[in-house]
Write a protein that binds this ligand. Sequence first.
Ligand code: UD1
Length: 374
Amino acid sequence: MPEADTGTEPTVTLIAGARPNFMKVKPVLDALERRGVRCDLVHTGQHYDEKMSDVFFDELGIRAPDLHLGVGSGTHAAQTAAVMVGFEEYVERCRPAAVLVFGDVNSTVACALVAAKAGSFVGHVEAGLRSRDWAMPEEVNRVVTDRLSDLLLAPSADAVDNLVAEGYAPERVRLVGNVMIDTLFANLERARDRRVAQRLGIDGRYAVVTLHRPSNVDDREALQRLVSRLATLGERCPIVFPVHPRTRAKLEGADIPASIRVVDPLGYLDFLDLQAGADVVVTDSGGIQEETTALGVACVTARQTTERPITVTEGTNRVVGTDPDAVVGAALEAIEHPPLQRCPALWDGRAGTRIADAVVEMLERPRWPRPTEA
Ligand code: UD1
């Protein structure tokens, strides 16, 4: 357990829990530490496999966490509760001045709730995104985390609009840009040396598929239908399918077309290289919709909704629903007519710096605007 915050040098605690958090934490941690801010990094252990966690710390050069809660997997309630109990012990002992939470995973909402009740200042990186699909656990996490946060750090103008429409006081909302893209730009050149497709024996065009949302993978028959239908895309080009542990369990015994190369989850650099060289990426991930937009690679999102509409209006993404015909049709169309590359404003590699500026400025104020004020 790290040392207590003495008050003379306030501690800012950053929360990393699951795979999509790690690449967002890195630029913010670096920018805060560059300003001399004392930071604690807490890993909740929501993701724990070497390929879901350690590889990101190694490849991105994220320092070892000051505290690892080791909560592991469980039902939503069990996992959220375990993070809360572990994090509360830390907060009571170390009394951080501020807690920064990232994204929309269970660790995000769990730590925001503990920190808000303990009186710490709470900042939410990636505030304001809304899918308006309340059946998604991440939507519940997003809405609740925003409500608990003092400072709402929005990645895009649509996120700011959502927050303003929900009545958040504008002085608590900051448009800072997309911090995930800071890490992408910082590592793209290095990643391109990985030559993942070549290592897989692919020479020429290929598609990438990732699926892990409960709505796509939890029903084995629906997953089989989608995977079988991908054979039509596979006639056009080979498909690389890095499989999340949740999906792996559901694919056991499935009939997988020969054109699909099922591989283990990839590290950050390998996956970035794979995306950058693809003709099309079919996914149900949130972050991959953003990464493909920044890379100018066509993305087909196999979901009914997106909380990241800017990747459609200003990027390379199409949201087509989960019907296998629609997904494969859109992927073939994207190969035929690739979208133009456009990158949204403030997805410029400097979001981490803007976030650190906003956090420091807020902490220096004699009185922070609190969630009760709007
Ligand atoms: C979580 C996030 C989701 C995010 C995804 C990225 C929530 C509600 N969901 O979903 O928003 O897009 O991470 O990966 O927080 N497992 C392992 N090893 C691991 C981690 C998980 O084997 O390191 C397996 C376990 O069987 C576990 C299952 O994957 O039960 C699901 O993990 P969990 O963290 O509950 O949710 P994700 O589906 O990963």
